[in-house]
Design a protein around this ligand. Structure first.
Ligand code: PLP
Length: 389
């Protein structure tokens, strides 16, 4: 059985990323945690076992990942899922008919779709709120508000929410603050330290970082909340297989290295775009022209590799993506390779056109997931793709 280290393996982010939740296997000495590819576990006698009964409830490889990510977020508990949406779907089971949720109006398209098309038909009332202004959150609170669902920075417009202010409002109302921390990653932002009750990730993105699996992770400090999430995780069963948990663990070891590189390239690409098309058309929290740049500096330690740019028209956007040689046209983000997507037709296609325009997602908007390639090559690719635009 894999022994799992206590979480005090070091103070630095990289040290914790490489060691937390893991140590050499005591039976053989393997440096890497074994991939416990099993559905069940031998028990010694009736009611006597090593704490593992069935792999939906617990798997040692998955536990190593859960403890690793919890450590990186400064959390006591972590739970891993088969995808980011599998994670969020499970979190929605913390609520029941009669509850009211306040949700950011610019959350990930899949999050919006799950709530709008499924969750709200279960007797849960929803208020979609532009959470950039904390006052709007306060105004939306009702006596039965049980949850505040946030994402910051948002996809693809890089709107920020002041997590300390928002969490304080929810706490006063007795509501849980749940934050999608996918874009910033734990390297740049820790929602729990800012007052949130629960942070979650699509580990498909930066945590894994290599575009080769789907996953989700939720972390929290409160023991009672953790027990509820674990119950929902085990009941619903949207858990990752041990191979995917192991691959994600391999990814988190280099999270600090990758995020520093994404951040450096993100800054350079956003500056290039701002010089080219005008700063008001480029959305990146690290640009001094970003309306919430001061907040970004306050609650984030870096700005990452996600940059969006208004190209003016669908025709311009189409021409640019056709010309790209390095930036690949694809959904998803957070891998080492640079990707580009058109949110209106791809990630946000499930949102009705009128609502899309209302929140600012035009047909000419392109979103870049800036990878960790050499910056000279990325800028050269942008230069040739934007010729004449
Ligand atoms: C991708 C993504 C999700 C959904 O995660 P999956 O792993 O694709 O299910 C949720 N939130 C954000 C911000 C994402 O980018």
């Amino acid at each position: 059985m894999t022994q799992i280290l206590p979480d005090d393996v070091g103070r630095g982010f990289s040290t914790r990323a490489i060691h937390a939740g893991q140590r050499p296997d005591p039976t053989t000495g393997t440096i890497m945690p074994p991939i416990h590819q099993t559905s069940t576990y031998a028990q010694e006698a009736l009611g006597v076992h090593k704490g593992y009964e069935y792999a939906r409830s617990k798997n040692p490889t998955r536990e190593a990942l859960e403890r690793n990510v919890a450590n990186l977020e400064g959390a006591k508990h972590g739970f891993a899922f088969s995808s980011g949406m599998g994670c969020f779907d499970t979190l929605m089971k913390l609520f029941r008919a009669g509850d009211h949720l306040v949700i950011g109006s610019n959350v990930y398209g899949g999050t919006f779709r799950l709530v709008d098309k499924i969750i709200q038909h279960y007797g849960i009332a929803i208020s979609w709120v532009d959470t950039r202004d904390p006052q709007r959150i306060e105004d939306a609170i009702r006596p039965n508000t049980k949850g505040l669902i946030l994402e910051t920075p948002t996809n693809p417009l890089m709107h920020l929410t002041d997590l300390a202010a928002a969490s304080a409002i929810a706490k006063k109302a007795g509501a849980l603050t749940i934050v999608d921390n996918t874009f910033a990653s734990p390297f740049f932002q820790n929602p729990l330290a800012l007052g949130a009750d629960l942070a979650w990730h699509s580990s498909t993105k930066y945590l894994n970082g290599h575009s080769d699996l789907l996953g989700g992770v939720a972390v929290m400090n409160d023991d009672a909340l953790a027990a509820r999430v674990q119950f929902a995780q085990n009941s619903g069963g949207a858990v990752p297989g041990p191979m995917d948990a192991w691959l994600t663990l391999r990814g988190t070891k280099t999270l600090a290295l990758r995020m520093r590189a994404h951040d450096a390239n993100g800054r350079a690409v956003s500056q290039w775009l701002a010089d080219r098309v005008g700063a008001e058309r480029v959305f990146y929290p690290g640009l001094a022209s970003h309306p919430q740049h001061e907040l970004a500096k306050r609650q984030m330690r870096g700005f990452g590799g996600m940059v969006s740019c208004e190209t003016g028209s669908r025709e311009n956007a189409d021409m640019i993506v056709r010309r790209f040689r390095l930036f690949t046209l694809a959904e998803s983000l957070g891998g080492v390779e640079s990707l580009v997507c058109q949110p209106a037709g791809m990630t946000h296609a499930s949102i009705e056109p009128a609502r899309r325009l209302e929140i600012g997602i035009t047909d000419g908007l392109l979103r870049f997931s800036v990878g960790v390639e050499d910056i000279e090559d990325l800028l050269e690719d942008l230069e040739q793709a934007f010729k004449g635009i």
